[in-house]
Design a protein around this ligand. Structure first.
Ligand SMILES: NC(=O)c1ccc[n+]([C@@H]2O[C@H](COP(=O)([O-])OP(=O)(O)OC[C@H]3O[C@@H](n4cnc5c(N)ncnc54)[C@H](OP(=O)(O)O)[C@@H]3O)[C@@H](O)[C@H]2O)c1
Length: 346
């Protein structure tokens, strides 16, 4: 079976991540007749552009999955909790972009370049990581081939589309209002995001970290199959529309040269090294936006840690951080003949 033969439902098709999934399917030439765009009751009947054609949005409910082969859920945890298992019961292969299934030990959490083989044991649902974890584990996976990892300190610089369409609208509205000297109001974030940075992504936990920071630790360990890896994250929201950036300091068991690290990263599928400081070339969110690759640069010795390397990455949070990774999981499941749950395969 070819991926273009699959009937695909996008749950959350009017949102940032779901809309990007539709855009990628249109780029691939997936037939409009084999796509169902789903969203809330609010959007039912709305027309959305799909390549040269239009799709009519239907309300996501139990009856909407008839004939669907693969469903990409990008409508938040409550919707996934309510509908994902029901869809699986109807024979649908579910790829969930939210966080509710990620740490469930019965559900694989997959970045195909890193742990594509975990798709083999799925029970009908495969989860995709948080948009900060995905590029992070790809870089760590490329480098751990040179020496085992000991500890990583990471600071993120996360765009507003990571929060969804409403946050992007708020950044643009605040930017206009602040530039015109008007009143700046906020609803999505607890403070103004335009011309500001917020050291606060997702809710705070009792240990002083945020849920987003905890996700980077928990999800990375699960994907890398490495429960001993030490990770300390500080997640920061910045007034950028698309692409998350991350500053990493990585400590290894043994020394790694900058040249070997750069080569290992260049050779890794889905990573592109952009690293020529003499020409002011390094990854930036504006350059990563709309691209599939994780851009990595500023690779240098970490002067604070023996056997340490420091580097910087930028990655489109809506593509590899969300929609692209989900569609690559679909491709990988198809390639492995593993669309059905593991228990139903002969
Ligand atoms: N944005 C990212 O970079 C990113 C990255 C990784 C994972 N994700 C995950 O993807 C999911 C969506 O995030 P987003 O950023 O795309 O949010 P968003 O832009 O706010 O979009 C939310 C989508 O969910 C739909 N929805 C809301 N309530 C619904 C309901 N009761 N029934 C059916 N559909 C409903 C919305 O439809 P209406 O238009 O009808 O309200 C909209 O299509 C979240 O779980 C998020 O964690 C996002």
């Amino acid at each position: 079976m070819n991926s273009n033969d699959l009937n695909i439902a996008i749950v959350g098709a009017t949102g940032a991540a779901g809309g990007t999934a539709l855009g990628i399917l249109a780029e691939r030439g997936h037939p409009a007749s084999k796509i169902t765009a789903m969203a809330s009751e609010r959007s039912a009947g709305r027309k959305i552009q799909y390549g040269d054609s239009e799709l009519t949005v239907v309300q996501a409910d139990h009856s909407a999955f008839d004939g669907v082969d693969v469903a990409l859920f990008a409508a938040g945890g409550l919707v996934s909790r309510r509908l994902a298992h029901k869809a699986v019961e109807q024979g649908v292969f579910v790829i969930d972009k939210g966080s509710i299934f990620r740490m469930d030990p019965t559900i694989p959490l997959v970045v195909p370049e890193v742990n594509g083989e975990d798709i083999e044991w799925h029970p009908g649902i495969v989860s995709t990581p948080n948009c900060t974890s995905t590029p992070f584990v790809m870089v760590l996976d490329a480098l751990r081939n040179l020496s085992p990892l000991k500890a990583v300190t990471v600071a993120t610089y996360q765009s507003v589309t990571g929060t969804g369409v409403a946050a992007d609208d708020e950044l643009m509205e605040q930017s206009r209002a602040a530039s015109a000297g008007g009143v700046v109001s906020h609803a999505v974030y607890p403070h103004q995001i335009a011309f500001n940075v917020l050291p606060h992504v997702d809710d705070f936990l009792e240990n002083g970290y945020t849920k987003e920071e905890q996700k980077m630790l928990n999800e990375s360990r699960k994907i890398l199959h490495d429960d001993r890896l030490l990770i300390s994250a500080t997640c920061v929201r910045v007034p950028v529309r698309i692409s998350h950036s991350e500053s990493l300091q990585i400590e290894f068991e043994s020394p790694i040269s900058v040249e070997d690290a750069s080569r290992a990263l260049s050779d890794y599928t889905g990573v592109k090294v952009v690293d020529d400081p003499s020409r002011n070339e390094y990854p930036m969110p504006l350059d990563a936006a709309g691209k599939d690759d994780v851009l990595v640069g500023r690779i240098r010795k970490d002067t604070a840690h023996e056997n340490g390397l420091a580097l910087w990455l930028s990655c489109d949070n809506l593509r590899k951080g969300a929609a692209l990774n989900a569609l690559q999981i679909m491709d990988e499941a198809l390639r492995r003949n593993a669309l059905k749950p593991a228990t139903q395969r002969v």
